[in-house]
Design a protein around this ligand. Sequence first.
Ligand SMILES: [Zn+2]
Length: 352
Amino acid sequence: MDEHRKVAIFDGHNDAVQHIGEYREGGRDFLARSDDGHLDLPRAREGGMVGGLFAMFAKPERPPERDFTRTADGYEVRLAEPLDPPYARNTIRAQLDALNRVVERGAGQLRWARSVDEIDAGVRDGAFVMVLHMEGAEAIRPDLGNLEELYAGGLRSLGPVWSRPNIFGHGVPFAYPRSPDIGPGLTAAGKELVRACNRLGIMIDVSHLNERGFWDVAALTNVPIVATHACAHAVCASTRNLTDRQLDAVRESNGVVGFNLSVCDVRPDAHLDADTPLDVVTDHICYLVERLGEDHVALGSDFDGAVMPRPVQDASCLPRLIEALRARGFGETTVRKFALQNWLRVFRATWR
Ligand SMILES: [Zn+2]
């Protein structure tokens, strides 16, 4: 790849913490190039990735694949059990410690960013910038007593639910083909959480909410609506994807959708098949750009958290995606918005 054609990319979602040696015995070294998984510092550099939202996430005790049922035209996954809050708090603490140790070991190559100025400074200095995200709010106390502490620890983005219920709301069960309008939305505590995040300047992520939860957030929030990792329901009718009406609400709020590379949400047939051509990926991105406009689509890869299309099988392949978008007629201004600028705009509007 011609270095001049590379663009700076900020990614809206990864699950790298689940796989690093600081968190898991036998895990990978984030600072060394691996052929396993999708994301480490050398592969990020090769791909032009300058940073991303790093998710902390407490996995369900029973993996979703065990509750997977194939249907005549797709699949259904039974909604995961609620998580024990003390277990969630311990897990989140261990993941933040692990990420902090990687940053320390990186000796300046990696940096936390808590503001857009810190992202800009990091990119300028050639450091890889990490923004802290939490996927599912189980670790947050019902009275929100530890939310400010998490904010002080760097938290700038929060998904109230993963695809399971908690005291704040009801996640959307994984299913295809099916509407995301399944079950009730945010609880009273969930609405308080959205207000508190607005006050503090923590971005709310609508990914994994069901449709009612989405509209609850949309009605309450005073900042742009953001899905860090999602695609279009009109292209792939999975419950994790956003309907055209939801996309319209994101656009009207000046928000952004981070395009999720997970094959089951990208492919119109939702097959869990890495053998997914780049055209299928770019067709889907083109749909989102047509519906939302170029100011409202970015990248939210889900690296290290989902099955990737083979042509973009890890972070080092991102220039191939950018080239494919250019081949589809995206000009350099649009490419740069998709790669980085749209994220910076919503961060600036959200973080106080
Ligand atoms: Zn997710």
